[in-house]
Design a protein around this ligand. Structure first.
Ligand SMILES: Nc1ncnc2c1ncn2[C@@H]1O[C@H](COP(=O)(O)OP(=O)(O)OP(=O)(O)O)[C@@H](O)[C@H]1O
Ligand SMILES: [Mg+2]
Length: 255
């Protein structure tokens, strides 16, 4: 499999005593569904945000399709950022606006000023937004205000919004952490579908090992900013589980 991302010696120091990432090396292959595990504070969000340079690494390098992204600026940096769609735990939608307008807003980074003022006049944009809304099963809610949707439906809107920039990678930072287990599973199924049917590479941080097992083609785990595991989900036995979550952790509590 061809690699899409190469992370080498990635280190992020926020303050002398806050080393969020320590010399992390990860290779991500195109088409993988990579699950990122680790306790709160282990560095998951920092890692995801370093990938599209929302956070500047302190040292180390990231290569996207063999292009070093570390020093890119201006138009080149924006071009790299567009390859990543982001999905967050707190959906980050505009609650008073419709599903359609929220999804279209995912394209704002690519639009000129007038287009962004009157986005609904752009037929091509509207039809692309509707396609993406259909891909997450929300066609019946196209004109519904986001605040009237359930949490799971809102997260699917956020996924449709991320699709507007036609990303090669979706970075999902605990996308199901605020959802109940059944709804979480539905949202994960949509991410799984985009991964399988569209070949979009997914990097997704999760708290639940059960979801990592079900959806991940590979798992990497961080502990105190260090990479402590990389392998297939079925390789996580009790010993490895404790290496990731600490000796006192019991699997039943994390599920
Ligand atoms: N902007 C910041 N300034 C200072 N310290 C930060 C900043 N962002 C993160 N940190 C620290 O870096 C470490 C890693 O944080 P990070 O948010 O990446 O962890 P996480 O694994 O995403 O945790 P969670 O599961 O709670 O979201 C923590 O010690 C955190 O306090
Ligand atoms: Mg986080």
């Amino acid at each position: 499999m061809a690699e899409i991302l190469e992370i080498r010696g990635l280190t992020k120091t926020f303050a002398a005593d806050v080393q969020a990432l320590k010399e992390v090396d990860i290779t991500v292959n195109r088409g993988e569904f990579l699950v990122l595990l680790g306790l709160s504070g282990s560095g998951k969000s920092t890692l995801l945000r370093c990938l599209n340079r929302l956070i500047e690494p302190t040292s180390g390098d990231i290569y996207f399709d063999q292009q070093r992204t570390t020093d890119l600026q201006g138009a080149e940096l924006r071009a790299i950022r567009r390859k990543f769609g982001m999905v967050y735990q707190q959906f980050n939608l505009i609650n008073n606006l419709s599903v359609l307008v929220n999804v279209i807003s995912g394209n704002l980074g690519r639009m000129g000023f007038w287009q962004s003022v009157f986005p609904l006049r752009n037929k091509e944009l509207v039809s692309r937004a509707k396609e993406n809304i259909a891909r997450v099963g929300l066609s019946d809610f196209t004109h519904t205000r986001v605040k009237n949707l359930s949490g799971g439906q809102q997260q699917r809107v956020a996924i449709a919004r991320a699709l507007m920039q036609e990303p090669e990678v979706i970075l999902a930072d605990e996308p199901v952490a605020s959802l109940d287990p059944a709804t979480a599973d539905t949202v994960m199924q949509y991410l799984g579908k985009l991964n399988k049917e569209d070949g979009i590479t997914i990097i997704c941080s999760l708290h639940f090992l059960s979801l990592a097992r079900k959806y991940g083609s590979r798992v990497v785990a961080l502990k105190n900013g260090e990479l402590v595991f990389s392998g297939t989900p079925d390789m996580i036995d009790e010993t490895r589980f404790q290496a990731i979550y600490g000796e006192d952790a019991q699997e039943v509590e994390i599920r």
